[in-house]
Design a protein around this ligand. Structure first.
Ligand code: PLP
Length: 387
């Protein structure tokens, strides 16, 4: 009776519907299915964060509307954390904004800067929200392929002149979901130079900044000279502190870009519950050992699963960041076909690479966010695969 808007109707079909159906069938047959599909940490939120929330929730001042841009004390804690982690200073009043999870900010940002017909450069494969936020704003997504031979970095210099002229924003995300690739400071430096030359906004998604397992900590684009003139960066508490359910994030960067996002948000939401922001302050001040403990768990899982995949003859993209493994499907299979075989023979749910865009075809993603015990079982099943 009521037609969906064109905005909704233009959305791509839900690619995982078939997998979900097969997963349900498999479970109905009595199979012990292990789901390595979703990137939602199984490890609980660290206790000091939960305790801070318990105290904060008792305070009547938090029961009223929060401030739109977030509590100043939260934004100050963000500024201090950013200085400690990346050596970059921000004015908490003007260059930092609280988000209701980083997805919220990523989806809303194009509404502040994109007019109908403007182009937004989106990576492919990628987290789908860059493209969808663009479409909702009436913009035209132009997909930049991430190819293995380029370390899954976009070749932004290859964008044709006529597209470039209409481009408003470029999205980048490193450490990357789904490929687990990392970016170097050199890449960011070239990107900032190019963006300045072409008057393009850089929107960087750093949701996985703390999910590293080697010596090299992933950099922020904000460390680069001149980035503050053109860039905004989105951060999340979800993965770092196992807080996906809490919905907390923030954006930092260029004052005007932060203000534009703030203008949209003022009109569509009323900020995040202040008790959650207080819990966020506790998270930002967590002792480093606590995060190291979490990293050690993922590091071990990454090792176990990588070895199992290699033993089965599969090729894993080498990385020491994110809790994802990006794996090539064997010759002769499409991503969807191989993921189906993993479900049939091993009762494992994995995400086909093409679910993240056409350039994800030929790969599948494994998420390491199930208990180590389950992951070991999954690894045993994979080792028995005959390819
Ligand atoms: N960015 C990337 C690359 C993600 O993978 C995710 C979640 O999976 C998000 C952003 C959103 O995280 P949240 O909204 O929980 O902060």
């Amino acid at each position: 009776m009521f037609d969906f808007s064109q905005r909704i109707s233009q959305l791509p079909p839900y690619l995982f519907a078939q997998i979900d159906k097969k997963k349900r069938e498999k479970i109905a047959q009595g199979a012990d299915v292990i789901d390595l599909g979703v990137g939602d940490p199984d490890i609980p939120t660290p206790q000091p964060i939960v305790e801070a929330m318990k105290k904060a929730v008792e305070k009547p001042e938090h029961h009223r509307y929060p401030s739109y841009e977030g509590m100043l004390s939260f934004r100050q804690a963000v500024a201090e954390w950013f200085k400690r982690r990346f050596g970059v200073e921000f004015d908490p009043q003007k260059e930092i904004i609280t988000l209701i999870g980083s997805k919220e900010g990523i989806a809303h940002f194009p509404l502040a800067f994109v007019n109908p017909g403007d182009v937004v450069l989106c990576p492919d494969p990628a987290y789908p929200v860059y493209k969808i936020g663009t479409l909702f704003a009436g913009g035209e997504p132009y997909m930049l392929p991430l190819r293995e031979e380029n370390g899954f970095l976009p070749d932004f210099r290859s964008v044709p002149e006529d597209i470039l002229k209409r481009t408003k924003i470029i999205w980048v995300n490193y450490p990357n979901n789904p490929t687990s690739a990392k970016a170097t400071r050199e890449f960011y430096k070239e990107l900032v130079e190019w963006a300045k030359e072409n008057r393009i906004i850089i929107a960087s998604d750093l949701a996985y900044s703390e999910m590293y397992f080697g010596e090299d900590k992933p950099p922020s684009i904000m460390e680069i000279d001149g980035a503050r003139d053109v860039a905004i960066e989105f951060h999340s508490f979800s993965k770092t502190y196992n807080m996906t359910g809490w919905r907390l994030g923030f954006a930092v960067g260029n004052e005007r870009l932060v203000a534009g996002l703030g203008k949209v948000k003022t009109n569509v939401d009323s900020g995040q519950f202040q008790a959650i922001q207080e819990a966020g302050i506790a998270a930002l001040n967590l002792p480093e050992e606590e995060l190291q403990r979490i990293r050690e768990i993922y590091k071990e899982r990454r090792k176990v699963m990588t070895e199992a995949l290699k033993e089965a003859g599969l090729e894993v993209y080498p990385s020491d960041a994110t809790f994802y493994l990006w794996v090539k499907v064997p010759k002769g299979y499409s991503s969807a076909q191989f993921v189906e075989r993993l479900l049939e023979e091993c009762a494992l749910v994995c995400t086909p690479g093409n679910g993240f865009g056409e350039h994800g075809e030929g790969y599948f993603r494994i998420s390491l966010t199930v208990s180590t015990e389950r992951l070991l079982q999954a690894a045993e099943r994979i080792k028995k695969l005959r390819l």
